[in-house]
Design a protein around this ligand. Structure first.
Ligand SMILES: [Zn+2]
Ligand SMILES: [Zn+2]
Length: 272
């Protein structure tokens, strides 16, 4: 059993008809370590913020979390790269790719591979992170099952030079952002990187778990996906998960008037 979060792109693609998702423990451990450090620094940073009433930093953390979560994770990694629910210009696509990378949820290729595989096999034994099979704790804490994912799942993203660059230089890209923040003001590393990235980690976990166990079902899908307002709050708009599993091709996931969907507001502005 391995955690699936980071995927090393390797091998001669002409020879390989299956893309063996060899989640080498060194890369996997590295990203887990970064996420763990982010979590610890975030808790300390929030404690400092409340203790010293540093609300200016709190506002920076909130705004950056909204940008990371809504644009990087929800619009970028999920609705654009994984599901291709809309089209954008190349500059906007590159911006989404960089923002998606900075969330430190995994490279775009690894995230897309696992996410498409999840939809294909939702709540079966093949699903890497079904709370029904691995339990909510393992699903929430990213202790997901290993999966060998065919290259066909990532053919589009793996053939894009910008996305493969961001995949191969994943940590360097994140580190560059952190160094720039540190030069401007070291506290920004805490409030404009660690806290937003940890917020995204928690948001995706909330959809993975709460979006499959809490809420109502509008559609009788073959999986357990549910529409959950709790998952929606934690993930900044990605919790209408039953609607999404029923209609993965739609860029708008909220359907009823109360199903508020901030990522769709952004998509409405940037889609072509
Ligand atoms: Zn999805
Ligand atoms: Zn799901």
């Amino acid at each position: 059993m391995y955690n699936i979060n980071y995927l090393k792109l390797h091998g001669d693609k002409n020879k390989m008809n299956t893309f063996i998702h060899r989640l080498r423990s060194d890369f996997n451990t590295q990203i887990k370590l970064v996420q763990l450090v982010n979590l610890i620094v975030s808790v300390a940073g929030l404690a400092y913020m409340f203790a010293t009433a540093s609300w200016g930093y709190g506002l920076i953390a909130l705004v950056t979390f909204l940008i990371f979560g809504i644009i990087g994770a929800n619009v970028g990694l999920h609705r654009y790269f994984s599901h291709r629910t809309f089209k954008v210009s190349r500059p906007v696509e590159i911006f989404l790719a960089v923002m998606g990378t900075l969330t430190t949820l995994g490279s775009i290729i690894s995230w897309v591979a696992i996410h498409r595989y999840h939809h294909q096999h939702a709540d079966t034994l093949e699903d890497p992170h079904s709370p029904r099979h691995i339990g909510w704790w393992k699903a929430y804490t990213y202790q997901w099952n290993r999966a060998n994912i065919s290259r066909k799942y990532i053919r589009d993203v793996a053939s894009d030079p910008v996305i493969t660059f961001l995949h191969r230089h994943f940590f360097k890209v994140v580190l560059t952002y952190v160094v720039v923040l540190a030069i401007i003001n070291p506290w920004l590393v805490v409030f404009a990187y660690c806290i937003p990235a940890t917020g995204c980690l928690n948001g995706v976990a909330a959809v993975t778990v709460i979006g499959h166990i809490h809420g109502y079902r509008t559609y009788e899908t073959s999986d357990t996906a549910r529409n959950s307002w709790i998952a929606t709050i934690f993930s900044l708009g990605e919790g209408w998960h039953n609607n999404h599993h029923a209609h993965g091709y739609k860029w708008k996931q909220g359907e009823k008037w109360w199903e508020i969907d901030p990522p769709s507001w952004v998509i409405r502005m940037i889609k072509q």
